[in-house]
Design a protein around this ligand. Structure first.
Ligand code: NAP
Ligand code: MG
Length: 484
C-alpha cells in the first residue's frame, strides 16, 4: 500500500536515504484493531537488513552528517518538526488506524512529536564541554561527542512520542540512528522517516527497519556496530536487550513501564484530582508506561473517591479509534487476551464500576470495557503486575507511612503522584517515593517534553526527554594538553 499523502510504500525499509523492500522480500500483515480487518503489509526486516542499516549509519557518521555543524543539525530537526506539524491530521489518522487510539489522543501524539523536534532542534548547539582548571602547564577541556550509531527499539503504544524523545535527542547530538519500530504499529515511523528525508536529513542519519522483535529487533540489539541502545517495552525483552548490550559493552537506556500510584490524602482537593485519577488509568486504553493503575486513598475519603470514580467509569465508552470515544480498542487481539486474563484473576475482587463498549463497535475489534476494582490487598496480582489495559484498583490506607509502603511496594518505580495540601508532606513524599517522576497535586504535568523521564527497579534505567537525554545520547572525552 502507498501511504497517503507521504507517497511511500508500506512494505519498504529506509536505509541510506533510499526506500526499498527488505532483502528477503518478505512482508508481515498489519490489522486495524478497531475491526480486525487487514490494513496493509510491512517489510519483515531481518539481520541482513540491520547490517545494511548499520553500515549506512556508519557512512553517515563518516560523511556529511558526521561533519555537520551542530546549528545546522538543529535547523534540520526544526524543519522536520515543522513538516510533522503540517501533517497532524494524516499522521493522527494513520496512528488511530494502526494502534487503535482515539483520534484526539493520536493528534496529541503528533503535536508532541513536533514539539520534541522543536525542543531538540534548539538544544543541538547548546550542549558543550568545559575547561577544567588543572596543574600548572596543562590545559584541560572536555568534548561532548556522539556515540556513533545508536539503536532504537520502540513499542506500539506511543510510536510518535517515543521516536521524538529517543531519535530526536540522538540526532540532536549527532548520532546516526537505526530504528526498529514495533511490528504492530510502524506506519507513523515510516511516515516520519519520509518527512525527515524531505526536511533534508542526510542519507543514513536515520534508517528504519520494520520487522519482528525476535528477528530485526534482536539483530539490532546484538549488532557490534551499534554504540548505544535505547529500548522501550516489556521487562522480559528489556532483560534481553541489556544482555545483548553487555556482550558488546555498550550503554543502554531501558524504559519498561510501571505500576504507578496516586496517593490521595484526607486533605486532598478531590474535585481537582478526579479527572487525573481516572484519565491516567484509561488514556490510550491503559496501554501507557506511565499509566496510573493504583489509586491509594486515605480511609476517611475512600468511599467518596470510589463513588466519584465509579460515576466517571460508568460514563466511559470504548469504540472505533476514528469515532473518537474515550477509549479505542487495545492494540491487538493478543493484548486483549492478556488483559482479559488479568480480569479473570480479579474475580475475587469487587467491581466498583465498569465502562461500556459502544453497541456499534465492530465485533472483530479488540475492545475491553474499562474496569475499576476495589478489595485488592496491596500484594494482589492486579495491584502488582503491569496490566497494560484499562484497569485500576483503589486501595485504602490509614496513614502516611502505610501509603508510602504500599506505593513503594512493587518492583517498579516509574511515576507517582501525591494529592495533599500539606506542603511538608509533599516534600517528604517527593523524596521518599521510589519513582523517576513525582507529581504534586497533578499527574503527568501534561507530559512536557522538557521533563526528564525514566525509572528505577523493573521500570528500567537511564533518562529520556528534556536536556538530560542529550547527556545519555552522547559521550564525554577529556583532553589534557601539557604545554609547559
Ligand atoms: P515487547 O515485546 O517488549 O515489544 C517492544 C519492542 O521490542 C517491539 O519493537 C518488539 O518488536 C521488540 N522486541 C520484541 N522481542 C525482541 C527481542 N527479542 N529483541 C529485540 N527486540 C524485541 O512488548 P509487547 O510484547 O509488545 O507488549 C507486552 C507487554 O510489554 C505489555 O503488556 C506491557 O506490559 C509491556 N509494554 C510496555 C511498554 C512501555 O511503554 N514501557 C510498551 C509496550 C509494552 P515486535 O513488537 O515487532 O515483536
Ligand atoms: Mg497495528
Amino acid at each position: 500500500m502507498i501511504l497517503d499523502p507521504f507517497g511511500i510504500d508500506t512494505t519498504h525499509c529506509l536505509i541510506g536515504g533510499e526506500w526499498a523492500p527488505c532483502k528477503s522480500g518478505e512482508t508481515l500483515a498489519l490489522h486495524d484493531p478497531s475491526d480486525g480487518s487487514p490494513l496493509c503489509a510491512i517489510a519483515r526486516g531481518d539481520a541482513p537488513d540491520i547490517d545494511c542499516a548499520v553500515a549506512a549509519a556508519d557512512m553517515a557518521m563518516e560523511g556529511e552528517w558526521g561533519r555537520m555543524a551542530a546549528a545546522q543539525r538543529g535547523r534540520i530537526l526544526h524543519r522536520i518538526g515543522l513538516l510533522v506539524g503540517e501533517n497532524i491530521e494524516p499522521l493522527a489518522r494513520l496512528e488511530a488506524q494502526d494502534v487503535g487510539k482515539p483520534l484526539k489522543q493520536a493528534r496529541a501524539d503528533v503535536i508532541a512529536l513536533a514539539r520534541y523536534m522543536e525542543f531538540y532542534a534548539g538544544a543541538a548547539d547548546k550542549i558543550h564541554g568545559a575547561t577544567i582548571p588543572y596543574l600548572d602547564g596543562y590545559t584541560v577541556y572536555t568534548l561532548r561527542e556522539p556515540h556513533g550509531v545508536t539503536g532504537h527499539i520502540i513499542p506500539w503504544n506511543y510510536p510518535m512520542q517515543i521516536i521524538g524523545r529517543s531519535v530526536g535527542a540522538a540526532l540532536a547530538m549527532g548520532n546516526a540512528c537505526v530504528l526498529k519500530p514495533a511490528e504492530e504499529a510502524c506506519l507513523t515511523a515510516l511516515a516520519f522517516g519520509e518527512l525527515a528525508r524531505q526536511a533534508g536529513l542526510p542519507a543514513g542519519a536515520l534508517n528504519i527497519v520494520p520487522g519482528q522483535g525476535g528477528e530485526a529487533g534482536a539483530a539490532l540489539a546484538a549488532h557490534p556496530g551499534v554504540r548505544h541502545l535505547s529500548f522501550t517495552g516489556s521487562v522480559a525483552v528489556g532483560r534481553r536487550i541489556q544482555a545483548a548490550a553487555a556482550e558488546n559493552l555498550v550503554p543502554v537506556t531501558l524504559e519498561l513501564g510501571g505500576k504507578s500510584p496516586q496517593l490521595v490524602f484526607a486533605d486532598a482537593d478531590i474535585d481537582a484530582a478526579l479527572p487525573f485519577l481516572v484519565n491516567a488509568g484509561i488514556q490510550n486504553a491503559g496501554q501507557t508506561c506511565s499509566a496510573s493503575s493504583r489509586i491509594l486513598v486515605h480511609e476517611s475519603r475512600f468511599d467518596e473517591v470510589v463513588r466519584a470514580m465509579a460515576e466517571r467509569y460508568r460514563a466511559l465508552r470504548a469504540g472505533p479509534a476514528l469515532a473518537d470515544f474515550d477509549l479505542g480498542p487495545l492494540v491487538s487481539a493478543r493484548q486483549k487476551s492478556i488483559v482479559e486474563g488479568y480480569l479473570d484473576k480479579g474475580r475475587d475482587l469487587t467491581v466498583a464500576a465498569r465502562g461500556t463498549i459502544d453497541g456499534d463497535a465492530p465485533a472483530g475489534g479488540a475492545y475491553v470495557a474499562p474496569v475499576l476494582f476495589t478489595g485488592a490487598a496491596p500484594d494482589h496480582v492486579l495491584a502488582q503486575d503491569e496490566i497494560f489495559g484499562p484497569v485500576q484498583v483503589v486501595i485504602p490506607f490509614a496513614d502516611e507511612a502505610e501509603a508510602l509502603a504500599i506505593a513503594n511496594g512493587t518492583p517498579f518505580g516509574l511515576v507517582a503522584s501525591v494529592w495533599t495540601a500539606d506542603g511538608a508532606r509533599q516534600m517528604r513524599l517527593a523524596r521518599a517515593l521510589r519513582a523517576g517522576q513525582v507529581f504534586l497535586n497533578n499527574y503527568g504535568a501534561g507530559g512536557g517534553v522538557e521533563l526528564p523521564f525514566g525509572g528505577t527497579g523493573l521500570s528500567g534505567h537511564g533518562r529520556e526527554k528534556g536536556f538530560e537525554a542529550l547527556y545519555g545520547f552522547s559521550t564525554l572525552k577529556t583532553v589534557a594538553a601539557l604545554h609547559g
